[in-house]
Design a protein around this ligand. Structure first.
Ligand code: SF4
Length: 364
């Protein structure tokens, strides 16, 4: 099968909990909770749902010292590394550093007096915690707004370089940077400019992208263009939707570019009057039933014999329309016939058996 490998920008590697970001580490997928952080049970439940969907890292906003204490409890119960999102208040950063945070999202230039910045950076260094600098077009510094009149790629980069400069002066290199805007071309150019100037990993995102469909498409185009040029070490798809959807879209983007494999990759035809079984229903039901599968597997579901055998042969498991029975392919070979009435159950069984056999073979 044709495959293309994207050469990635070489970045310095950092560690967020047990997840490596940058260098040759897989591009990680993040999301953010939208529960009230002080509601520990609700936030832990959401972190777990995101982790079950495959999220490598989850960010939690920590707007107060009370939320910082709640964060400590959430951290104890989290199956994945947590980033604390903090604005301005250095005391919150110090508190979560004590409580085991895995990464601080805080802009050094917003912390205030130099001693406070120094304290936060010292705490980060002492605890081995990286920092994420997050520049956002919607909250550029006032003087940059005046200088550039509107958010431009150069304005975003200048803002980032100011924060970076503070960390450089403190000889702190364990950071990653995001430059987010809701406009795709502004975001692209800003990341391209910064990618040439620093060696640290880049956290990608199109901010406030929109709802699930439009926001997912916008993110796929924006992040896809950057990733296809080798730029990006970790990403978050920002959607006005459930965090689990953000994780799914993030992985779909990476899967489409062959940058990460996770779960079932369905190859399904769009259907037409030639279809000999209900392709759309089959794919929808299987997608739901197989959400727990994290092992990568290509599954083709094709409605008729026009393209069916070719696509089904190229996948790990494939089913193609055929009369009176549907044709089943395994690893490129026809292995049997299936009936539409039991198709979903039979395919699910076939897929799970295939994954189990592959796992058993690698363990032996
Ligand atoms: Fe139609 Fe067959 Fe093409 Fe599916 S594979 S869209 S059923 S012609």
């Amino acid at each position: 099968m044709f495959s293309h490998q994207i050469p990635r920008r070489k970045s310095r590697q950092i560690r967020i909990g047990d997840v490596l970001v940058g260098g040759d580490a897989p591009i990680s997928v993040q999301t953010m909770t939208n529960t009230e952080t002080c509601d520990v049970a609700a936030t832990v439940a959401q972190v777990r749902q995101a982790a079950n969907a495959g999220a490598d890292i989850v960010r939690v906003s920590v707007p107060s010292l009370e939320a910082a204490d709640a964060f400590g409890e959430i951290k104890k119960q989290s199956p994945v590394p947590l980033v604390a999102d903090i604005h301005f208040d250095y005391r919150i950063a110090l508190r979560v550093a004590e409580l085991g945070v895995d990464c601080l999202r805080i802009n050094p230039g917003n912390i205030g007096r130099a001693e406070r910045v120094g304290e936060v950076v010292r705490a980060a260094r002492d605890h081995g915690i990286p920092i994420r600098i997050g520049v956002n077009a919607g909250s550029l510094e006032k003087d940059l707004q005046k200088k550039y009149r509107e958010p431009t790629p150069a304005a975003l980069v200048e803002s980032a370089l100011r924060h970076i400069d503070i960390l450089n002066r403190l000889d702190f290199q364990d950071f990653k940077v995001s430059l987010k805007a809701s406009e795709i071309f502004l975001t692209l150019e800003a990341y391209r400019l910064l990618a040439r100037q620093i060696e640290q990993p880049l956290h990608l995102g199109i901010t406030e992208a929109g709802g699930l469909r439009a926001g997912g498409i916008k993110s796929a185009i924006g992040l896809g263009m950057l990733l296809s040029q080798g730029i990006g070490d970790t990403l978050r798809v920002s959607l006005a939707a459930d965090p689990v959807e953000e994780v799914k879209v993030g992985f779909d983007i990476l899967k489409s570019l062959h940058l990460r494999n996770k779960g079932i990759n369905f190859i399904a035809c769009p259907t037409c009057s030639r279809q000999e079984f209900d392709v759309i229903k089959t794919v929808n039901v299987l997608e739901n039933r197989l959400e727990d599968v994290l092992a990568p597997l290509d599954v083709a579901v094709i409605g008729c014999v026009v393209n069916g055998p070719g696509e089904a042969r190229a996948a790990h498991i494939g089913v193609a329309g055929g009369s009176p029975n549907l044709l089943l392919y395994r690893d490129g070979k026809p292995v049997g016939k299936l009936k539409e009435a039991t198709l979903v159950d039979d395919l699910e069984q076939e897929i799970r058996a295939h994954i189990a056999a592959r796992q058993a073979a690698t363990e032996n």
